[in-house]
Design a protein around this ligand. Structure first.
Ligand SMILES: Cc1ncc(COP(=O)(O)O)c(C=O)c1O
Length: 390
């Protein structure tokens, strides 16, 4: 009775089972995969969400693309780190995941493909599948920095390809899209009539980006959708406000926006209170963002110091975002390692295979974890994989 949009096997994997067993036994787990900013001990001002109770939200004005004052506020906010965007080219969704769902519905027929980076965000498999769409991976290659292997992009294109997805900075590699790679992708999209979808949810968290890092809307040659949201930009995933900024040639853009509006009119999923509050939420977004940025720097520096004692472990450079990737000796399967870390050491990290790294062994840790938990968890991981004792 369940459609093939869902994976055939819904049973928990070995890591989830180990985690459940440890928790059921009443033993604590240090969660180094925690990426929910509301759970890592940040200070959220008590009045931060007060505009959600603005009486202006008592009247309902259904707008498929979003209320204009909210779209204006997003457009102004985007100007902080990218090219000017016209508020008419900003549309609102409840989350980035929902934005993906709408874009896949807009551009793809069932069975069409979208090109996705590898390694990258694991949810793409689900988000595409739920829309009856298939992923065609292209590779990011690591040579001191991560760059797109452009030959694999071209190889992944079939007559069913509709869009190329890029994540900048990427989760979990932390790599920004290089302007040369953007230029090459734009040529490929133009040649094959593909839409460029840029996930820039972590754009607000640069650490050490290459000077050549480029936002997807810095070009106007192909139809482009840049995705962002309060979830990461303001550390407010529970508030449920995200956006798509549309760029590219005017005729293609207005055609796509017109069709998108008709589709979004069937859902109208963004609540009025959050749209009314959007200007104030964006204005105060730096309150939590600054704490997150400081936390990330602090944890990354602690990680570097801790790893120094373990030459067999390498922390890959992080240009931006919320994750760190550790290359660890491939002495056994990643899954076995992660299960041992959970069961014997009480610490949870993501295995590299979760993000489809090309080979083993990598582990991925969130950089927003509360510092004392981060330090203890990392010490345990290093003791396990690097040969010392915590
Ligand atoms: C690359 C990437 N895109 C999108 C999202 C989800 O954003 P949202 O909460 O707006 O759906 C995440 C969440 O971790 C992410 O890593």
């Amino acid at each position: 009775m369940i459609s093939s949009r869902l994976p055939p096997d819904l049973s928990p994997n070995a890591v989830s089972a180990a985690l459940a067993a440890r928790r059921a036994a009443g033993h604590p787990v240090i969660d180094l995969t925690e990426s929910n900013p509301t759970r890592v001990g940040l200070r959220y001002p008590a009045d931060l969400l007060e505009r959600l109770a603005d009486p202006a939200a008592l009247s309902y004005d259904p707008q498929p693309l979003g209320l204009m004052p909210a779209r204006e506020a997003v457009a102004a906010d985007l100007g902080r780190h990218g090219p000017q965007v016209d508020p008419a080219d900003v549309t609102l969704t409840a989350s980035t995941s929902e934005a993906y769902a709408l874009l896949f519905k807009l551009f793809c027929d069932p069975g069409d493909t979208v090109l996705v980076p590898q390694p990258s965000y694991p949810l793409f498999d689900h988000l595409t599948r739920l829309e009856g769409v298939q992923t065609a991976p292209y590779l990011l290659e690591y040579h001191g920095t991560w760059r797109i292997d452009l030959a694999t992009v071209t190889r992944a294109i079939t007559p069913r390809a509709r869009a190329v997805l890029v994540v900048s900075p990427n989760n979990p590699t932390g790599s920004f899209l290089h302007r040369d790679d953007l230029a090459a992708l734009v040529r490929i999209c133009a040649d094959h009539d593909l839409v460029l979808i840029g996930d820039e949810v972590f754009f607000d968290y640069p650490l050490d980006p290459a000077p050549e890092a480029a936002p997807v809307l810095s070009q106007r040659d192909v139809l482009t959708c840049a995705l962002g949201g309060l979830s990461k930009s303001a550390g407010l995933p529970q508030v449920k406000l995200a956006w798509i900024a549309w760029g590219g040639p005017a005729p293609a853009r207005s055609r796509a926006l017109h069709a998108y509006e008709i589709m979004a009119d069937s859902y109208l999923s963004v609540s009025t209170p959050v749209q009314v509050a959007a200007p104030a939420l964006l204005e105060r977004s730096s309150v939590v963002r600054a704490q997150l940025a400081a936390r990330i720097r602090r944890n990354l520096s602690a990680l570097g110091a801790a790893c120094a004692a373990y030459p067999a472990v390498e922390t890959l450079p992080v240009e931006g975002g919320w994750s760190a990737v550790l290359r660890v000796p491939a002495l056994r399967k990643e899954e076995d390692l992660i299960v041992t870390l959970v069961t014997d050491d009480g610490v949870l990290v993501h295995p590299g295979y979760f993000f489809d790294f090309a080979h083993e062994a990598f582990v991925v840790a969130s950089l927003i974890v509360e510092p004392s938990a981060f330090d203890l968890g990392i010490a345990r991981v290093l003791a396990r994989v690097g040969g010392g004792t915590a």
